[in-house]
Design a protein around this ligand. Sequence first.
Ligand SMILES: Nc1ncnc2c1ncn2[C@@H]1O[C@H](COP(=O)(O)OP(=O)(O)OP(=O)(O)O)[C@@H](O)[C@H]1O
Ligand SMILES: [Mg+2]
Length: 401
Amino acid sequence: MLQVIIIPILPLGVPSDLERYFYNREKDLKRLKNHLNALNEDVAEQILITGYRGVGKTFLLKKMLNELPDNILVSYIDISRVYGNQRGNLKEELIMQYLLNSMNEALKDSSGKLKNIYNTVNHFLSKISLKKYDFKEAGNILGVAVPEGRNDYEKLSKFVMEFPQKVVESSTNIQGFVIVIDKFQLIGELENPSSFFWLIRSYTQNQDNVSYIFTGSVSKTSEIIQMINGQNGAFGGRMIQVNIDPFTQDELQGYLNEKVGELKFTEDGFRRFYECTRGIPAYINSFCNTMSSGEVYNSEKIKETFFEKMDQITVMWIQIWGTLSIHEKEIVISIVDKGPQKWNDLLKTVPVSRNTLAKYLDILKNKGIVVFSDQDGYKIEEKMLEAWIKHKKKVNGYYPP
Ligand SMILES: Nc1ncnc2c1ncn2[C@@H]1O[C@H](COP(=O)(O)OP(=O)(O)OP(=O)(O)O)[C@@H](O)[C@H]1O
Ligand SMILES: [Mg+2]
């Protein structure tokens, strides 16, 4: 008898067909929507969303933004896009330009006054890309008085920060503006990230219809969390902090049944699969894509597949590894190779100066890759990254370059 074997194809990024692939997250969606609906009552909440890499923050946000009512405008920027274009040299000014561009795009399909704003700001944006700043026309149509005698960045940031509230005030149909800043941990690489957060805070304080959502995979001990929302941070603990958790075993079961029902697991095979992926959708999807319906997966088979297809399952890390600097890689490899280390040990095992070590450890913490614990010192927070690096060494004989 001919057996038809199905090999699932689950998305590795955020798919454009949101509905087809999205699973559950009912509670998170409801909670976020409630916070944003307060915009209708002129109450603007500021939100910080954290969670492991690949846990589904971006997918969740896209889904949520998609479901907001028409009287709330939405805009989304991904700092890694700004960062990528700058080859690692991130500048405030460029973030502001991206922000304005993305906020303005939210007006693209509108009519009347909002359409006029859209056209005027579009024209303004085309000029700043030529390094010509001329705030007169754009400032007038929005009613933003751009101060004379300041430098271009100061003028631009004032204009951009006032933009969303002014837009809401320009239209009786619009009640709020939601701005998502994704991969915000990369803001940590600005020369002065703290002042960037304080700048945003200084405007949001007086804006009743603008909600910012910052999101990224940062470790809870990272200083960027302190900077943005710690006691002495810009938002001083007033941001609403939401952590997105990995799928529970039950959720994983439901997800697999719904999306890839053709895959067959034994009970211990399923448990092993959960242990390997830790309930993180990015790994669940890439793991599933290496499996086939012609097999019954028991614990042994899952383990075997996991090591055999490691490169495919950890594909996310191959791409991220390529964005790390030489010093970041040296630190990570030293920790993987020699285990968790205290500061003084790291100084001996990584060939860099004190200052350089301090700087790159901070960056790695902000990226959620390294975490500090009083007990062990610095260790790798991302277990899958550690597994991948060890695997590379075993297979190739050397650590990934
Ligand atoms: N609720 C969900 N239902 C189905 N698939 C999901 C869900 N959440 C995430 N995924 C899948 O998991 C993968 C990772 O999701 P996503 O990119 O949103 O993670 P992230 O938390 O934003 O990661 P990063 O920190 O790297 O930005 C994507 O392929 C996405 O399709
Ligand atoms: Mg994301």
